[in-house]
Unconditional design. Structure first.
Length: 219
């Protein structure tokens, strides 16, 4: 009986020792984890301080250009010079701007002022109607070279999205008659709807009023 009592006492003592050892181990793990977190935090702070010392302030966020090229020149071009520059009359230009304004207008931000729809249309039309490089148009309108390409693509997409369904379509039978009458009234050419280009035919002019049959090419 006494041996059993002593064995139980030893088992209880051993169990208490194991529990105490486990508690100490958990405490040491928790202490190590706290030290690890403190080291990581200290390391992050040191890295942040080091980067802040090495970072240099930007003196220029965007290259400043003379952006008044279109606004300062176009109002003084006159109707004919305007058409030579953009291949459309000022009234047509305004119509395009008003039609595409909702697609091309951008919001000004604290970083920079947005390019106006008028300038976007002007840049795109100038690129479409001339063989000028993006760099030439960029210098002329006071924008970046890549901006010219971006605005040109956005303009074409806006034209297709807004104006294609209204202006590119097959005419109806009723509209065909009206177009033929209007074309004849303007050109004197019957049974014609429109003209895409001209073609010159070499003929033998009549003796009377022969000079009336010369074309601009001289034959």
């Amino acid at each position: 009986m006494g041996d059993r009592t002593g064995e139980k006492a030893r088992i209880a003592s051993l169990t208490a020792c194991l529990l105490a050892l486990e508690s100490e181990t958990d405490a040491e793990k928790a202490a190590k984890e706290r030290i690890k977190q403190q080291l990581l935090l200290s390391n992050s702070l040191l890295c942040a301080l080091d980067l802040s010392k090495k970072a240099c302030d930007r003196s220029i966020w965007a290259f400043r250009r003379n952006e008044r090229g279109l606004e300062g020149t176009v109002p003084h071009l006159g109707e004919q010079n305007f058409k030579q520059s953009f291949r459309v009359y000022p009234s047509t230009f305004r119509f395009i701007v008003e039609s595409l304004c909702s697609e091309l207008e951008r919001q000004c931000t604290s970083m920079r002022e947005a390019i106006t729809p008028e300038k976007r249309v002007g840049i795109a039309l100038y690129k479409l109607c001339s063989s000028a490089e993006d760099r030439t148009a960029a210098n002329l309108f006071g924008v970046g070279r890549s901006t010219v390409n971006t605005l040109y693509r956005q303009f074409c997409e806006a034209v297709v999205a807004v104006l294609e369904h209204e202006w590119i379509k097959m005419v109806t039978a009723e509209e065909m008659v009206r177009h033929i009458q209007e074309f004849e009234a303007v050109t004197g050419f019957r049974q014609g709807v429109g003209a895409l280009d001209g073609c010159h035919f070499l003929i033998s002019p009549p003796t009377e009023h022969a000079t009336d049959y010369y074309n601009y090419k001289g034959w």
